[in-house]
Design a protein around this ligand. Sequence first.
Ligand SMILES: CCCCCCCC/C=C\CC(=O)SCCNC(=O)CCNC(=O)[C@H](O)C(C)(C)COP(=O)(O)OP(=O)(O)OC[C@H]1O[C@@H](n2cnc3c(N)ncnc32)[C@H](O)[C@@H]1OP(=O)(O)O
Length: 241
Amino acid sequence: MQRPPANTFNLEYLHEITNSLDEISKQKLKGVILTSAIPNIFSAGLDIKEFYKPDLQRLENFWSSVQDVFIKLLDLDFATAAAINGHAPAAGCVLSLSCEYRAMVNGNYKIGLNEAALGIITTPWIQAMMYQVIPMKHTETALTTAKLFDVDEALQIGLIDEIASNKEDAINRCKQYIRKFDKIPLHARALTKQRMRQTPIKILREQRDEDIRMFVDVVMNPSVQDNLKDYVEKLKNKKKK
Ligand SMILES: CCCCCCCC/C=C\CC(=O)SCCNC(=O)CCNC(=O)[C@H](O)C(C)(C)COP(=O)(O)OP(=O)(O)OC[C@H]1O[C@@H](n2cnc3c(N)ncnc32)[C@H](O)[C@@H]1OP(=O)(O)O
């Protein structure tokens, strides 16, 4: 990913990712590794500008595009791994959760789902993605407290699989993970993976419209817009301090 300054997902970037995923799906790949070209930030999640004082039509398209990306990512036949070379809050964490394996670079980085701190809530398919990786009880506490884990905590709880010393090491660990499947028939591997992930995939496929409606309702709520205003101000003022 290379969308400075923080690899946030806006509508156009989501379209680019969808097109890339469509393109690579046609190729006979062994696996894909997601990482960031931006030092210290894997992804800062959704671009808050998309849902602060939004245009309604664009907001609906935006959420529909988020759904497209995750349906495709969760469903990929080949192995997926994330070399998390920096902060991965919110949708940055969700992106890593869509992969089968996560190696995170050691450093003063945070990963987790902090949506509640912004006054928004996670959708059932995002919740399912998390509780398929870490236990349900930890998921509930993490989501309700908007917990961002440091690297050691993330390993301890199972949110990441390994700690890497740097980006290259993280990518190598991802490659090693992908090589595990060299002798496994692709079809059997893919079907097993898709069955294991059927909860979020099913919710995404069967409740798309309802999910968009809920997202729009939540985001357009005046108190959520107030929270977002404060959050955007806080992000802006960080630099001035
Ligand atoms: C039914 C249910 C409906 C609701 C469902 C909702 C489910 C939503 C799922 C996901 C939601 C999200 O992803 S919301 C986004 C949440 N993201 C965050 O809270 C992260 C915010 N960013 C940070 O904490 C930090 O930027 C960082 C820790 C990631 C990096 O810190 P650092 O100090 O290295 O960098 P800066 O803070 O100076 O940031 C650089 C630059 O990027 C801009 N920025 C950062 N994050 C965002 C963002 N998410 N959106 C837009 N812009 C962002 C930041 O303002 C700086 O910009 P400038 O250089 O112009 O100042």
